[in-house]
Design a protein around this ligand. Structure first.
Ligand code: MG
Length: 282
């Protein structure tokens, strides 16, 4: 690249030098097509010094990630101040609570066990204290094996961006349910492209790029929320566009909400386990 830049610099210098001499002689300079193309090419090259990021190994956080859970404590998590349960009516009713944030509530009371965060059925959801809009998120989860369970009851949890947009967590290795509710579904909105699930009781990973919806000042939707999801390294959602908040009943639509909100993990009554959670604000 530097050789090319030096050559181009020389050409530009030569052109100006020749132009000056030829101007004195009242002569015009004729460029070869190669010289002309090189000048045109440099006109569209951009140079910007980018932040250097050191990648993590095998899912470990890169150098600029915010670590949400590393196995040592639940300090980055708390009880929600807005506990969305999946209907537009409730969402609309409780929107003022959502807008009043951010709030510090009470500590998350899920279990910390063997460096893992474990859902305590009945304890309720947990949310990050930190607020996120556009974000890249890595999370590892384990759906415990339990042959007495089936369908939506088999190790169900959920990863909710902004507390309201869910990527489903479920045992989907050997467990039939509706396709738009299986693991990796953007719940009831987008079926995963493939089933990349590991067997229950094995660790699995999601890597998600979430783009928050954008609203005008008066509340019109400018851009819908979007998600790209990798499940165990396999692309299962390719920049899909969301219809609105996750609804288990009825149709979703957008109502303006704050630009940054907590990430929520769902208590759906099953002791799903989590580890190694990190996020990069985008
Ligand atoms: Mg769920």
């Amino acid at each position: 690249m530097s050789d090319t830049k030096e050559k181009i610099g020389l050409i530009i210098f030569s052109i100006f030098f020749l132009s000056d001499i030829n101007a004195q002689k009242n002569e015009t300079v004729t460029l070869s097509s190669e010289q002309f193309n090189q000048i045109k090419a440099t006109a569209t090259e951009l140079y910007r010094k980018l932040d250097r990021v050191t990648p993590g190994e095998r899912g470990a956080p890169p150098s600029d990630a915010f670590v949400l859970f590393d196995g040592s404590s639940l300090d980055e998590w708390q009880k929600p101040y807005f506990e969305y349960r999946g209907s537009m009516v409730e969402y609309a009713d409780r929107l003022p609570e959502l807008k009043r944030g951010p709030h510090i509530t009470s500590p998350a009371d899920w279990k910390l066990e063997k460096g893992e965060m474990v859902v305590v059925p009945g304890a309720g959801h947990v949310v990050t204290k930190k607020l996120f809009g556009d974000v890249q998120l890595h999370i590892e989860w384990l759906a415990p094996k339990n042959s007495t369970k089936s369908g939506q009851d088999y190790s169900n949890s959920g990863l909710f961006f902004m507390g309201i947009y869910e990527v489903q967590i479920l045992n989907s290795y050997d467990n039939e349910t509706y396709s738009n509710g299986q693991a990796g579904a953007v719940y009831k909105q987008h079926i995963p492209l493939v089933n990349a699930a590991n067997p229950p009781s094995q660790w699995q990973e999601y890597d998600v790029i979430f783009s928050a919806p954008k609203f005008s000042e008066r509340g019109d939707l400018l851009n819908p929320a979007r998600m790209t999801v990798f499940h165990n390294g396999v692309l299962i959602q390719n920049n899909v566009s969301l219809l609105g908040p996750t609804c288990y009943i009825g149709q979703a639509h957008y109502i303006k909400h704050p630009e940054a909100l907590p990430i929520l993990l769902q208590d759906h009554g099953n002791p799903v386990r989590f580890r190694n959670i990190w996020a990069r604000k985008l």
